[in-house]
Write a protein that binds this ligand. Structure first.
Ligand SMILES: [Zn+2]
Length: 127
């Protein structure tokens, strides 16, 4: 009887500990995915779709299912879509921080630095 209780406890512990390994998607959704914007997911999904379409198109052209004219026309259309999506992704990316106006910059390499720095943190020039 005791052995059954111990076995039941072991099974319960294994299930609780092992559950995230069995079903990692659920836990990933709660953690990492919240950090990406929904727009990003949409755009990356759209980008994958266009790339897939381009790959399929090349395959169909290579196997002779498409005429050269159709291939060129569809390829141009997908390439315009891909460029548009990539531009939208670039637009969503955070811009590099510009040095604050009036803040000190290195006279040699022009990188930003704080008022108490005695040497440039990038090129080592004495200030
Ligand atoms: Zn410097």
């Amino acid at each position: 009887m005791e052995i059954l209780i111990i076995l039941a406890l072991v099974v319960i512990v294994v299930l609780i500990v092992g559950y995230p390994l069995i079903n990692p998607e659920r836990y990933r959704d709660q953690g990492v995915r919240q950090e990406t914007l929904p727009e990003y997911d949409d755009l990356y999904g759209a980008r994958e779709n266009v790339f897939d379409a381009l790959r399929d198109l090349q395959f169909e052209f290579a196997t002779g299912k498409l005429s050269t004219g159709d291939y060129e026309q569809l390829k141009a259309r997908y390439e315009v879509q891909a460029a548009d999506i990539l531009q939208q992704i670039d637009a969503l990316k955070p811009k590099k921080a510009k040095p604050v106006q009036g803040a000190r910059t290195c006279p040699r390499c022009n990188s930003a630095m704080s008022a108490q720095d005695k040497f440039c943190t990038k090129c080592g020039t004495k200030l």
